[in-house]
Design a protein around this ligand. Structure first.
Ligand code: ZN
Length: 234
């Protein structure tokens, strides 16, 4: 990077320690995207090393980074090997970064005072759902044909506690400043029609405790306001 200017560390001396309420420049940026900005082995990005790339974004004014760590192909956690369903398929993607890739990114960002917020799926966990199919959201029957649920898990199941443990481990492992839930389409599966709710055993237990009744086994199909049967329609 000899033809580029030397960027001091921190690029903005006022940034380290700045309260989050005073920070205005944030970006969603997933580390997997870096492969498109350089070599497939993540060794450089448009001619920059990883450290030089972080310096470059710091000089541009990055104050908070929201993003996914790594390309998702390596061991994810002691609690879950990979968030991906088909690890073998992910390993077939050409180019893998070095094992300390994420740690180097976070460490360099922190030297600039950039807050690092890890991005995680809110309840879409394909691999976890295969390990714990009993944690899946069980859609209430409302007469509509909804997309079968294969990987959206319910917080009221043991997944809720597992998620807390997993995120705590991730925060410590990667020295994160916080976590952010991306793709927060609770129960929607990202596809219409959206199911009306969950009737899994855990949800049933909570409803029983609160209302002394179990979840209904079904609901009336939702009505559109344009329907002649809509209340008040003459
Ligand atoms: Zn549930």
């Amino acid at each position: 990077m000899s033809d580029r200017k030397t960027i001091p560390i921190p690029a903005n001396p006022e940034l380290p320690g700045m309260p989050v309420t005073r920070r205005v420049c944030s970006a969603e940026f997933h580390l997997s995207i870096l492969q498109t900005a350089g070599r497939s082995d993540y060794s450089d990005f448009c001619g920059m090393t990883l450290e030089e790339f972080v310096d470059f974004t710091a000089d541009l004014g990055m104050e908070i980074w929201y993003g996914g760590l790594g390309p998702g192909t390596g061991p994810s956690s002691a609690l879950l090997h990979s968030t991906h369903l088909d690890v073998a398929q992910m390993r077939a993607v050409p180019g893998q970064p070095q094992a300390d890739f994420e740690a180097r990114y976070v460490e360099r960002s922190h030297r600039h005072g950039i807050l690092v917020i890890g991005s995680y799926k809110m309840n879409a966990w394909p691999a976890l759902a295969k390990l714990h199919p009993d944690w899946l959201i069980q859609d209430i029957d409302d007469g509509r044909e909804v997309k079968p649920n294969e990987h959206f898990v319910c917080y009221n199941s043991p997944f809720g506690e597992w998620l807390g443990d997993y995120l705590a481990e991730q925060v410590e492992r990667f020295d994160l400043d916080g976590v952010w839930f991306d793709d927060s389409q609770y129960g929607s599966k990202g596809a219409w029609p959206w199911p009306a709710g969950c009737v899994c055993p855990a949800c049933n237990r909570i409803r029983s405790r609160i209302s002394m009744r179990s979840c209904p086994s079904g609901l009336q199909t939702p009505m559109k306001p344009s329907s002649p049967a809509w209340p008040g329609t003459v």
